[in-house]
Each structure stands twice: as C-alpha cells, then as structure tokens.
Design a binder for this molecule. Structure first.
Ligand SMILES: C[S@@+](CC[C@H](N)C(=O)[O-])C[C@H]1O[C@@H](n2cnc3c(N)ncnc32)[C@H](O)[C@@H]1O
Length: 315
C-alpha cells in the first residue's frame, strides 16, 4: 500500500531539490513518499536507490527482528547519511531521543510505530535499562527496530550500552554513525576541531558530572594538556568547569565558544573567554543543547565566520 507523508517543513527550493534527488530509492517497493509544495508526490526510495547506484553502494536490507542504532546528526537533516535514510525508509518501529529534529522524524515511514524515549518537559528521562528492554521487546516481535539518536550513537549517546544489551539478548544490530555535535556542530559555527597551527589532538569531554567531584574528570589535568577541550552537556556546571580549568593553568582569557542548537536555523554562537563564559551565557540567556569549546581553535572563529556560508541561516 502506498502511503504518503506530507513533510511538514518549510518547502524551500533547496529542500525541494533534495526531495527530488531522493526519488528512485531502494531495491524494494517503498511505502514512503514525500509531497512537494505543489502537492506532487516523490518516492524517496527511488531517489536513494539512484544515488546508491551512482556511487556503487549496496544498500543493506533491514532484516526483521534486528535493531539499527542510528545517528541522526546534530539537527540539520542535510547531515543525515544515506544509510540512516535507508534505515528510516524500512523501519517498522522508530525509538527516538529528545534531540532528534522533527524534520528528520518526518522521514520515518508513515505506518511506522514511533516511540519517544527521551527527556520531556523537565520530567526524568526513561531509565536506560527500560529503553534497552523495549528495543529487545520490539525486535522479538519481529519488527525492524530503528533506535534514532541525536548526533552519533557512540559519542555520549549510550549507543554502547544499548549494543551490549542487544548482545546479551542475542539480537543482531547495525551501527549507523552520525555527525556528532562536538565536531559537526562546531564546524557549522566555523570552528575547526584541529588545524596544524593550533593543535594536533582534541579532547571531547562531558560536563554533566561536574557537580560530582568523586566521579568527575580531573579538569585541572585536562587543562595541563593545553589541548582544546570540546564539552558536551557543559552548561549546567560551566562556572565550576571554568574555575577548575583556570586552576589547572589555563589563562582566564582563553577563548571560549558556546554554540547552541548547532546546525539548526536557531543556532547561536557566543564567543567569550574562560573567566566570563558562565556570566556571558547567563546574560545572553543561552540554553541547552549547547557545545562549549575551549582553547586555541576558538580564536579562528572570528576570522572564518564572516566568509563561512551556512546552509540554513543562523548565526
Ligand atoms: C546526551 S549528549 C548526546 C550527544 C550526541 N550523541 C552527539 O554525538 O552529538 C547531548 C549533548 O550533546 C550536545 N548537543 C547535541 N546536539 C546539539 C546541538 N544541535 N547543538 C549543540 N549541542 C548539541 C549538547 O551538549 C547536549 O547536551
């Protein structure tokens, strides 16, 4: 049966072209179309199939009773991979997180079961064990289960824990990497993760344990590496993190970037310095989701940004 998804995002010419490109998709008969501004339907499966043919890519079949752990990227649907799109076109059930953009969810099959498994409206998030059990349960029902996560499933995304739970249950799975916010999100803000002149390594860290001295990183030791530090979930304890980094030897005027809702049309970029980062973020009313970048790479942002063309507007 042919189903139709009226895609609810603004039908820009660019997006329409993307949809047209996506005609001729998969090796199977799709139940998946998108509708353009004029009401014409396009079979997404046709497009993916054509692109796959062109590049000699064998698009894998999504076997019933298996799970795909898929990264949706940080927000811009243009950062979805072909494998992610292929999974979305076939999945019977999609279990998704809070940071997955609505435009990407609109690409799930019209008749697919969609289940939210994230934090909503200040309510506590579902327990990781419950999510893993749900994935196992849906797979045992014979469904093609797609676990859709913001960014990359294996970068602060608990993809590893879910994969281990699937192993324990004897359920085959596939990992589809996504663009992680700490690299792709910063790139959209014109901040390179490395350059030969600034750094030959970069630290990706989470800030969410910064209130817990016993289990937190040794921020002072990270500071002593003098490497750029890219912090996920760093806003809540930014004040303490900045103080620790300064205590570890970083200069108070070390450049800091805070990028909120990176790669979306709502993206905001604040360039500040370590000793003022928390205060400036509060003053500017910056909110999560946000990436915080600390160090030499941030100094390049004001040089690159004026010439960096962003795909979807934003700061
Ligand atoms: C639980 S972690 C998930 C990270 C994700 N797996 C990834 O690879 O990007 C959530 C944190 O990622 C960061 N994040 C995710 N998407 C973001 C975005 N679009 N803009 C800024 N930060 C983002 C924020 O620090 C957020 O608190």
């Amino acid at each position: 049966m042919m189903r139709n998804i009226a895609v609810g995002f603004a039908a820009t010419e660019e997006r329409y072209l993307c949809q047209v490109l996506l005609r001729r998709l998969l090796p199977y008969e799709p139940a998946w179309t998108v509708t353009d501004q004029q009401g014409a339907e396009h079979r997404v499966a046709d497009a993916l199939s054509t692109i796959a043919d062109r590049v000699g890519l064998a698009l894998p079949d999504f076997a019933p009773g298996t799970v795909w752990l898929v990264g949706a990227g940080p927000g811009d649907p243009g950062l979805l991979t072909l494998h992610a799109l292929n999974g979305l076109a076939q999945a019977d059930a999609v279990v998704y997180d809070a940071l997955v953009a609505d435009e990407i969810l609109a690409l799930t099959r019209g008749d697919a079961l969609r289940e939210f498994a994230g934090k909503r409206g200040g309510k506590p998030s579902p327990k990781q064990r419950d999510i893993s059990e749900r994935l196992v349960e849906l797979a045992r029902e014979g469904k093609r289960v797609l676990r859709l996560k913001g960014g990359d499933p294996f970068v602060f995304g608990r993809g590893g824990e879910e994969a281990l739970a699937l192993v324990a249950a004897g359920i085959p799975f596939r990992i589809v990497p996504g663009v992680t916010a700490g690299l792709g999100g910063l790139a959209y803000a014109a901040i390179p993760a490395t350059t030969r002149d600034t750094n030959n390594a970069v630290i990706l860290a989470t800030g969410h344990k910064a209130s817990d001295r016993e289990h937190d990183h040794d921020w002072r030791a990270l500071a002593r590496t003098n490497l750029p530090i890219v912090i996920y979930m760093g806003m809540t304890f930014l004040d303490r993190i900045a103080s620790e980094l300064i205590a570890g030897g970083l200069s108070p005027d070390t450049p800091v970037a805070i990028v909120t809702e990176a790669t979306t049309v709502r993206q905001r970029v604040l360039i500040t310095r370590l000793d003022r980062a928390h205060e400036d973020a509060v003053e500017q009313r910056l909110r999560a989701p946000a990436m915080v970048a600390v160090g030499s790479i941030v100094a390049l942002q004001p040089v690159l940004a004026p010439f960096a063309i962003t795909l979807r507007g934003g700061a």
